[in-house]
Write a new protein. Structure first.
Lengths: 378, 273
């Protein structure tokens, strides 16, 4: 059996308790029942058996996952464990939540299902995240209170942040200090912004492909290399890239893979299957099909013309300028949804191409520098 | 599979591996073989669920073939993907990555226009590479230099590219090597048989030692070449009057890289006392 682990982004609800201006998902009131979850997971696991894949990593997202009760997740975990055991597969779980609905009643399920860790999101400064009818300050206050509560309960909290125009004005040092020094976060990831879903003013202001964004990332990498790496703080994607260029096994973010359609899949509460959460919720023409309307997931994927278009993307890009890039092995044209949200087609490179190249070069140099320093110390 | 007449072993030593069309598998019952096929599904059917140990690897000669039958079969069996036209077949490598979960996979890339780009993509996707061909035009030599630079200096390259890798290691450790063996073109080691079970006429000299010694005796460029031992007159096939200036520079670059690497390793060892 292959040691490969397949990643499933599962959206058990499309409801959300927040109303963030830059969100790329179209929200609905759909929720996944446990009966439907059983059917869904049976088909996913049967697909793994058919493909001879040993492991499944389920990334639970939404909507907002915590709009479902913790008891739902506890039952889901038991249901999935039984289905996996019956097929000899191993399933692990990760939770992405905005933490707005968190309370200590979540602690048992976070401990038992999610290895006592969660991933959440906050930007600095927060321009776009808010609860419905509230402002960003309210969101920050609720988020900070709940994150501190969770950390006090021993839960490891990782944060995803998306830089905005104000982030770039504040600069990397202040950004880093906010998360690490002010909030005590030891692991965070900085995602590149993209205007996915329906366009609006906030999305129009997101920095994509700007020189200022490149400068911010390079500065932040340097801050982390100077302060964070030594102190055991993890900042993605810098720590993964440093490991990669140091020859240490690592898992790079999904934006950097040869063909993400080979590794990841997303299914939403209605059973729609697509490449990832943005595609499944906001771009109906790019769905692969519906898992509740097919006999098997393997057949659905094999018959999907959309899947084939995703497979065609790196083949098309490499025939153009990606082949000339020194970092082809990492990137292969970058993220399809970032490309689509900016260019309106799959068959363009990720709009952050210049940023990625600068980052790869910077971390490659840092790895070489560290190797030389390490040799000199030995 | 129909019964076939066994191929006579002829004068070939037992250790000679036969590279044969898959259809001739049963015609060489006692021989270690490399099987060539354009139809992976047929090869799978032919070999059955357990690949016989005498099959050293399977060479897929058509990159447009459905590779699905190989993905969940013959775990650990080495697979060699033949890229006959790198310029046009380059993107097809993306179709082959599923094999890497179960098999060591190498791409054999013809020394034709587009070879540098093909090498780059192959190693970027995690495939080992073997270059196939002998004499290169100036344009192709430029591509080889580009491929060598990528192999030596790009930090994302983690796969062997032959013959660069074997030569670098040999220069580094000062061990004997020759291109005929490295590139599996010595018929005493690997004999290529055609569809009729006959020695393929275009695989190179019948005896590489005789080929090399004949050129040296005739006063060819090889006689005074510093790279004769590792090259073995490989680049003089099939036209002995071909100018080797370009390939000599490749050898020199690899030799210099090995010297630099050796010096770095020595300095590191010295620093540790």
């Amino acid at each position: 059996m292959s040691t490969k682990v397949f990643s499933l982004i599962l959206l058990p609800t499309l409801q959300c308790n927040a109303d963030c201006d830059y969100c790329f998902e179209v929200k609905t009131n759909d929720r996944l029942s446990l009966e439907r979850l059983q059917e869904l997971i049976d088909k996913v696991l049967d697909h793994l058996v058919e493909q001879d894949i040993a492991g499944l990593m389920i990334h639970w997202q939404g909507g907002e996952a915590m709009t479902l009760p913790p008891s739902w997740f506890a039952r889901a975990q038991a249901l999935i464990a039984a289905a996996a055991a019956a097929r000899g597969r191993i399933v692990t779980h990760g939770l992405q939540t905005n933490m707005i609905g968190y309370s200590p009643k979540w602690n048992p399920v976070i401990r038992e299902m999610f290895d006592n860790s969660v991933s959440t999101s906050l930007d600095y400064p927060n321009l776009y995240r808010r609860r419905r009818g509230q402002d960003a300050a309210d969101y920050n206050a609720v988020w900070t209170r709940n994150v501190r509560l969770a950390r006090a309960a021993g839960i490891e909290v990782g944060v995803i942040a998306v830089p905005n125009a104000a982030t770039l004005e504040l600069g990397a040092e202040r950004f880093y200090s906010h998360f690490v020094d002010d909030l005590g976060i030891r692991s965070f990831q900085v995602n590149t912004p993209f205007p996915g879903g329906e366009s609006n003013q906030a999305k129009g202001l997101l920095p994509t492909g700007s020189a200022a964004l490149i400068g911010f990332y390079i500065d932040l990498a340097e801050v982390w290399l100077t302060r964070g790496e030594r102190d055991g703080v993890r900042v993605g994607p810098f720590d993964e890239l440093l490991a990669y260029f140091s020859g240490t096994p690592t898992v790079l973010p999904c934006i950097w893979t040869d063909d993400c359609a080979n590794h990841i899949l997303c299914i939403d509460a209605r059973g729609h299957v697509a490449q990832c959460d943005c595609w499944v919720t906001s771009y109906p023409d790019y769905r692969f099909g519906n898992i509740f309307e097919c006999a098997s997931l393997s057949e659905l994927l094999a018959a999907s013309a959309v899947v084939e278009r995703f497979h065609q993307r790196p083949m098309a890009l490499v025939a153009r300028d990606c082949i000339a890039c020194d970092y082809l092995a990492l990137c292969h044209g970058g993220c399809p949804v970032r490309a689509f949200s900016v260019h309106g087609t799959l068959f363009e490179k990720d709009p952050h191409c210049a940023l990625y190249q600068a980052l790869f070069g910077h971390l490659a140099s840092a790895a070489a520098r560290e190797a030389r320093a390490s040799a000199a110390r030995t | 599979m129909s019964h076939q007449t066994a191929i006579p072993p002829g004068d070939y030593p037992d250790q000679t591996v036969f590279s044969i069309p898959a259809a001739l598998f049963q015609a060489c019952p006692d021989r270690r073989v490399i099987l060539r096929t354009a139809d992976p599904a047929a090869a799978r059917t032919l070999l059955g669920p357990a690949v016989p140990a005498r099959v050293l690897f399977l060479q897929v000669t058509d990159l447009t073939a459905d590779l699905g039958p190989l993905v969940h079969w013959g775990e650990g069996l080495d697979i060699d993907l033949l890229m006959a036209d790198p310029a046009s077949e380059l993107p097809l490598l993306y179709r082959c990555t599923g094999l890497l979960d179960r098999h060591p996979v190498r791409v054999t890339i013809a020394l034709l226009p587009g070879v540098a780009r093909a090498v780059k993509l192959a190693v970027s996707l995690g495939f080992a590479v073997r270059l196939a061909g002998h004499q290169a035009s100036p344009a192709l030599l430029a591509e080889l230099r580009e491929a060598l630079a990528g192999y030596l200096h790009n930090p994302t390259v983690a796969q062997p590219v032959e013959p660069f890798h074997g030569l670098l290691l040999a220069f580094l450790h000062d061990t004997p090597v020759d291109l005929w063996s490295l590139l599996e073109r010595d018929p005493a080691a690997v004999l290529i048989l055609d569809d009729q079970g006959q020695a393929a006429p275009d695989q190179g000299p019948a005896c590489v030692t005789a080929w090399r010694e004949g050129l040296v005796a005739a006063g060819a460029e090889c006689r005074d070449c510093p790279w004769l031992a590792p090259c073995g007159a490989y680049f003089k096939w099939p036209r002995p009057d071909t100018d080797c200036t370009g390939v000599k520079s490749l050898f020199a670059e690899l030799h210099a890289a090995a010297a630099e690497l050796r010096a770095g390793l020595a300095a590191f060892a010295a620093s540790r006392g």
